[in-house]
Design a protein around this ligand. Structure first.
Ligand code: NAD
Length: 498
């Protein structure tokens, strides 16, 4: 069995050899849930049960919060010199690198994405950890511009206990985007992975222990949102909720914070991102491939999926044909096969939900140009689906589907394109394809969006903040902006003898 698999057979062999950690990680120990309850982790590519995982609830949350607070007060991490925290986090990054095939495979088995895609996520997760670790001993506080009789210092301090609640679509990468800056800043972190993808988080806990994170500084509580997630969000002793997930749950978390201790709530929520293609753009074949990948990558289960394609009517017919041709080459396949572009939908519920949206699209009068089908095979697969002639009033033109469904709209003018793009409750990402620099700058400034991708889709690196506006959320992942979110400012005014 290869530990660096590259073929279907090698990935299958590695999968067959895996054992799973299924217990919660609390105060440096792997333990069953207090209740003894478990839930099933299902492989959506086969429908088979992978493991029975500890189902934590309010009792586990209370214990973990207590340990997290105690660790914070002991100061082995929170008061450790930044350069020493950096060394531990870089060791964790090295361990993740050494185990990246196994970690990628855990995500693929748990939530169905192609294993090559999961490997790409590992690069994103490890890159984030390294970037945040490297930043912490290079950030300075401030000395305020006072007169000689005083000294004003602005210090950055960790917040205390951070609860990170993450989704299933990029399990380990979303985890890294949250925990890397929170740990780097000196906080104690409790991670609640999605109940649909808990396995890589528990393996990460083993690696964090090996890397030398002190007891209680990093804990993992698998379980459901309405049980353990809600308990963390309502806790009087959690200082910050760092959330990635749906807008609906994000709104609930803000309520929980208001009902409890006014903890900080950073939200990275849903999207219905517009991708604008102007008639002046060159290389239409390449742009069409990017437009298809923008929605079909990760089975469309991407917060920044380019799910609304807005095409200037002068080129719409020929452009849509090119998108259809590109989509044809993006059919789902076995997630363990390195040649698969798409894998399985995360579970039966999400599969049914996507098919319901497709039916609604047809009923509301959009033109189904390709796909729309569940595949006849075990597991939950849907072919790439393209609707043309979508209008802003249609359900599939407004709601986040979180599946491989593209809604194509036509426009005649720049003004109309901007108005359609901004006609959404969401504001996570937007794309813009044009060769006209004046137009690029005009339109970019007016798009209501946390990210604008010009002549690319989903570009960026660790130096760029990631987050949304409107109902897509209020937080920023990645870059030094995320590190800043996990600390508070302390103003110290010192009176000096003249
Ligand atoms: P979700 O909101 O259903 O769940 C996210 C997490 O919240 C899970 O861990 C879940 O258990 C937990 N949760 C659910 N109810 C809870 C409650 N009452 N209290 C506390 N925790 C609770 O989202 P999902 O289905 O896992 O993920 C898909 C969503 O995530 C999409 O809307 C997608 O756009 C969004 N997302 C956003 C980003 C971003 O960066 N903006 C990135 C990835 C995914």
């Amino acid at each position: 069995m290869s530990t660096h698999p590259s073929t279907l057979a090698e990935w299958q062999a590695l999968a067959a050899s895996l054992t799973f950690e299924t217990r919660a990680f609390v105060d440096d120990q792997f333990v069953d849930a207090v209740s003894g309850e478990t839930f099933s982790s299902i492989n959506p590519a086969t429908g088979e049960t992978l493991a029975e995982v500890a189902s934590c609830d309010a009792a586990d949350a209370e214990l973990a919060v207590g340990h997290a607070r105690a660790a914070f007060e002991r100061g082995e991490w929170s008061r450790l010199a930044p350069g020493k925290r950096k060394a531990v986090l870089l060791k964790l990054a090295d361990l993740m690198t050494a185990h990246k095939h196994e970690l990628a495979l855990l995500d693929t088995l748990d939530m169905g994405k192609p294993v090559t895609s999961s490997l790409g996520d590992m690069a994103g997760a490890i890159g984030c950890l390294r970037h945040q670790a490297e930043s912490i001993d290079k950030l300075y506080g401030e000395v305020a511009p006072t007169g000689e009789e005083s000294l004003g210092m602005v210090l950055r301090e960790p917040l205390g206990v951070v609860a990170s609640i993450v989704p299933w679509n990029f399990p380990l990468m979303m985890t890294a985007w949250k925990i890397a800056p929170a740990l780097a800043a000196g906080n104690s972190v409790i991670l609640k992975p999605s109940e649909k993808s808990p396995l890589s988080a528990l393996r990460l806990a083993q690696l964090a222990k090996e890397a030398g994170l002190p007891r209680g500084v990093f804990q993992v509580l698998p379980g459901f949102g309405h049980t353990v997630g809600k308990a963390l969000a309502l806790s009087m002793d959690v200082d910050c909720l760092a959330f990635t997930g749906s807008t609906q749950v994000g709104k609930q978390l803000m309520q929980y914070a208001g009902e409890s201790n006014l903890k900080r709530v950073y939200l990275e929520c849903g999207g219905k991102s517009p991708n604008l293609v102007f008639a002046d753009c060159k290389h239409l074949d390449a742009v069409a491939k990017h437009a298809a990948a923008a929605i079909f990558h990760n089975q469309g289960e991407v917060c920044i999926a380019g799910s609304r394609l807005l095409v200037e009517n002068a080129i719409r017919e020929q452009f849509v044909d090119k998108v259809l041709a590109a989509a044809e080459r993006m059919q789902p396949g076995d997630p363990l096969d390195p040649s698969s572009f798409m894998g399985a939908i995360v579970d039966e519920t999400q599969h049914r939900r996507i098919l319901d949206y497709i039916r609604q699209g047809v009923e509301e009068g959009a033109q189904l140009r390709s796909g729309g089908q569940a595949l006849e095979r075990p597991g939950y697969f849907i072919s790439p689906t393209v609707f043309d002639g979508v209008t802003p009033q249609m359900t599939i033109g407004r709601e986040e589907i979180f599946g491989p469904v593209l809604a194509v709209f036509g426009f005649d003018s720049e003004e109309q394109a901007i108005a359609m793009a901004n006609d959404s409750d969401y504001g996570l990402a937007a794309g813009l394809w044009s060769q006209d620099i004046d137009r690029i700058m005009r339109v970019t400034r007016r798009l209501q969006s946390g990210q604008v991708f010009v002549n690319n889709w989903a570009g960026g690196d660790q130096s760029m903040p990631f987050g949304g506006v409107k109902q897509s959320g209020n937080g920023r992942d990645k870059s030094h902006h995320s590190l800043a979110e996990y600390s508070s400012l302390k103003s110290v005014w010192i009176s000096l003898e003249g």
